[in-house]
Write a protein that binds this ligand. Structure first.
Ligand code: ZN
Ligand code: ZN
Length: 270
């Protein structure tokens, strides 16, 4: 399994000279099988999704997009995803459902006039929109387990993704302080890599609790509790400059156990 980090910010993009090395795009990770640079799965569709069009060029996207939840920083790349918005593309999009609403209708609440010129069905190519329950399913040859996590402002999933002997858990927005249930612990247990919300520092903890996010110390404690082999600090605050993230990368390395995500980072597992 190969992971390519295309966007590592939380909340809102962070352009500008202070953010060039870690990157300013919001959450998006491409997941592909070994030695294959064309991802079959994309985790979240923040503004980082735009980078995937260049990565795939000249090809169209053909695969599945798993959304953790529907906050702006996880969906705003969808209408600007050139490799997905063309006649020869295929995209099967999965998102956490809300009672009484289809996946398409949920997405259309942010993507339709007057908020945006087109609705989901205005995207070219073959798109499907599905709101799965947190139960295991198989997609593109990967085993996927969505699980509910505490966050604020809408239902939020984490995902465990398994391919052969390689496994990851993707939990970009999570407030462990609000409680972690047994199913979530089990879904994260023993993964090769836990990619986790690390938006706040310990002295910012009141804001982390207010906004439904994690501190880096909480992410490390969680990774140790579930016996993850490595932890990727992800969903960086849009205020966190390259200099500040360098300091975090050094302070929290724990002998290589913890990696600080940056745009363009790749990990090969399994
Ligand atoms: Zn977010
Ligand atoms: Zn969120």
């Amino acid at each position: 399994m190969r992971l390519t980090f295309l966007g590592v910010r939380g909340s809102t993009p962070a352009p500008g000279a202070d953010f060039v090395r870690y990157g300013g795009h919001t959450s998006c990770i491409a997941v592909s099988t070994d030695g294959d640079n064309e991802p079959q799965i994309v985790l979240d569709a923040g503004t980082g999704l735009r980078r995937l069009t260049d990565l795939l060029a000249p090809n169209a996207f053909s695969g599945s997009i798993l959304l953790s939840h529907l906050h702006w920083d996880h969906v705003q790349g969808i209408p600007f995803f050139g490799a997905g918005d063309r006649p020869d593309s295929r995209a099967d999009l999965f998102l956490p459902g809300e009672p009484g609403m289809s996946g398409r209708d949920l997405l259309a609440r942010f993507m339709s006039p007057p908020f945006f010129p087109i609705a989901p069905e205005g995207l070219k190519g073959q798109w499907t929109f599905t709101a799965p329950e947190p139960e295991p399913f198989t997609v593109e040859g990967f085993d996927v387990l969505p699980f509910e996590v505490s966050h604020k402002g809408g239902r939020t999933f984490g995902y465990r993704i398994t391919l052969g002997s390689a496994s990851i858990a993707y939990v970009p927005d999570h407030a462990p302080a609000a409680g972690v249930d047994a199913l979530a612990y089990e879904a994260m247990r023993g993964v090769d890599v836990l990619i986790h919300d690390a938006q706040f520092l310990d002295h910012e903890r009141p804001r982390a609790v207010d906004y439904g996010h994690a501190t880096i110390d909480e992410a490390i404690a969680l990774a140790q509790r579930v016996d993850a082999h490595r932890l990727v600090l992800f969903h960086h605050s849009p205020h966190r400059t390259d200099v500040a993230l360098d300091q975090i990368a050094t302070e929290f390395s724990r002998g290589g156990f913890t990696l600080t995500a940056y745009e363009g980072m790749t990990l090969d597992l399994g």
